[in-house]
Write a protein that binds this ligand. Structure first.
Ligand code: DQA
Length: 148
């Protein structure tokens, strides 16, 4: 079965509890359950990893690179400054969808840049938990009908 890797970066384990006015009330477990149902419906399997450690996210990308067809990643704050995560994404030849719960372009200046922006296939930012669902839909579409 085609497989998509979903990566959640630092602090996202606290989604639903952490700054709900910014990130919403839906928990990461609820998001993951919805993503699994959406994937199943489309005939895809998901591998889901959450880590607060940059190296674990990088290792997950390396290990999945020949096993999965696409990646959905919420890099958390690492997206704003991690050149190592950027290089890992650039190193793998897979479609990658970057998602953020909040609209990073409408927040503090340090959040308004993503160092991943030009190595990912595209970004979905600002739709709360729907960013993930839209991101997964985009990843599935890229696997089903690759971009010309
Ligand atoms: C986030 C946005 C980041 O700026 C922040 O550091 C996060 C969550 C989001 O999903 O909106 O941890 O990636």
């Amino acid at each position: 079965m085609p497989t998509i890797l979903v990566l959640h970066g630092p602090n996202l384990n606290l989604t639903g509890e952490r700054e709900p006015a910014v990130y919403g009330h839906v928990t990461l477990e609820e998001i993951n359950a919805q993503l699994r149902a959406q994937a199943r419906e489309a005939g895809f399997e998901l591998e889901i990893v959450q880590s607060n450690h940059e190296g674990v996210l990088i290792d997950s990308l390396h290990q999945a690179r020949r096993r999965v067809q696409a990646v959905v990643i919420n890099p958390g704050a690492l997206g704003h400054y991690s050149f190592a995560l950027r290089d890992a994404i650039a190193a793998i030849s897979l479609p990658v969808v970057e998602v953020h719960l909040s609209n990073i372009y409408a927040r503090e200046p340090f959040r308004r840049q993503s160092v991943l922006a030009d190595v990912v296939t595209g970004q979905i930012t600002g739709f709360g938990a729907h960013s993930y669902y839209l991101g997964l839909a985009a990843a599935i579409a890229l696997c089903t009908a690759p971009q010309k």
